[in-house]
Design a binder for this molecule. Structure first.
Ligand SMILES: Cc1cc2nc3c(=O)[nH]c(=O)nc-3n(C[C@H](O)[C@H](O)[C@H](O)COP(=O)(O)OP(=O)(O)OC[C@H]3O[C@@H](n4cnc5c(N)ncnc54)[C@H](O)[C@@H]3O)c2cc1C
Length: 328
């Protein structure tokens, strides 16, 4: 087991910001994950499980504990089931499904990060979510000290949430299986894909990748973790008040209330696309996305996020929740 000390985390996250991890271990097998957890226990270290670092903002002080980067690879097909190691790239799994002619996750093309992190926040895009196709996950349960297999119904999935997020730190996902379909049809439920009904599987993936290329910054040039904020789910009463003030506001029924489009509110009501603090700014093409230019700091990102949250509270009476996990 290779233990790195004082390992910079900026290179391991898509924001490209923040300090170092006191210790870093890359686990390519379940046995290495178990050794890493034992090391943390012996040294009384807190742990952070890391995938592709595409949903994290690391502060200047980094992480004073052990970061375990999950690099468990492999994709195996069993009939219409694709089973992948948690460290596989999510998009490599989608590409493989499309290559094999298996429908179900093509609308989730181009989402950065790993297979293991995908169920954590129940990734979603263009009318599809991981929970629609996930059959089971295999995870190490740090509470019982055993490897467990959790069925979809045991994962407590919701809008950008799951049991893995709710019971923070309990489960480390090592494999996940997706139930796909040979005889599928396009999921054209989302307005940007409405004309996808006649497309084949490869064409749907290409279309999603093309749409996304215009909506997100180029990760080679600037840092980001995608949408920084969740769309707020408000009470029916609050939604009615907002819709009376802004009749065009896109809104959707959601578990626990009504989900309102935060991007629309930031753009059409607060007019803050492009708002910046130092090198951090709200992306011009999609204001939920915070972009960090080369040379900016996590403090600048945080200040910008606080500014946006304060404005949303004052002008709209809405409390914003980050989608991105903030480390110290
Ligand atoms: C440009 C861009 C576009 C994006 N678009 C979307 C989008 O359309 N839809 C969407 O839902 N998200 C989107 N995201 C967010 C991000 O891609 C997803 O949240 C992704 O699943 C994060 O994967 P990761 O491997 O990078 O996780 P990380 O950022 O490394 O970790 C995220 C969280 O998952 C935990 N975690 C990671 N691996 C495991 C594991 N094996 N077991 C247990 N916990 C684990 C971490 O501890 C952390 O809490 C986007 C991000 C970027 C940068």
């Amino acid at each position: 087991m290779n233990i790195q000390e004082n390992a910079p985390l900026s290179a391991l996250t898509t924001f490209g910001l923040g300090g170092a991890a006191r210790f870093l271990i890359e686990a390519q097998q379940v046995s290495e994950l178990l050794q890493a957890l034992t090391f943390a226990k012996e040294k009384n270290l807190k742990t952070l499980v890391l995938g592709g670092g595409s949903n994290l903002l690391v502060g200047a002080n980094g992480f004073d504990g052990l970061v375990i980067k999950i690099d468990i690879g492999g994709i195996v097909r069993e009939g219409e089931l694709l089973v992948a190691g948690a460290g596989e790239s999510w998009d490599a799994l989608v590409a493989r499904a499309v290559e094999e002619g298996l429908w179900g996750i093509e609308n989730l093309s181009g989402i950065p990060g790993t297979v293991g992190a995908a169920p954590v926040q129940n990734i979603g895009a263009y009318g599809a979510e991981v929970k629609d196709t996930l059959a089971w996950v295999e995870a190490f349960d740090t509470q019982s000290g055993t490897l467990v297999r959790l069925k979809n119904s045991e994962c407590n999935f919701g809008y950008r949430t799951s049991r893995f997020k709710q019971e923070t730190g309990r489960f480390v996902i090592v494999r996940a299986a997706f139930q796909l379909q040979k005889d599928g049809t396009p999921n054209a439920s989302y307005k940007d894909l409405a004309d996808a009904v006649r497309l084949n599987l490869t064409e749907v993936r290409d279309k999603v990748l093309a749409i996304r290329a215009g909506k997100f910054p180029d990760l080679q040039k600037e840092g980001t973790a995608g949408s920084f904020f969740l769309n707020p789910v408000v009470s029916a009463e609050k939604a009615a008040e907002l819709i009376a003030r802004y009749p065009q506001l896109p809104h959707f029924p959601a578990e626990g209330g009504i989900k309102v489009s935060l991007a629309w509110l930031l753009d059409k009501v607060l007019h803050i696309k492009g708002m910046s603090v130092g090198g951090a700014r709200l992306f011009e093409n999609q204001p939920l996305v915070v972009v960090a230019a080369h040379g900016s700091t996590s403090e600048e990102v945080r200040e910008l996020v606080q500014k946006v949250s304060a404005l949303a509270k004052k002008e709209l009476g809405i409390t914003l929740e980050p989608e991105v996990k903030i480390i110290n």
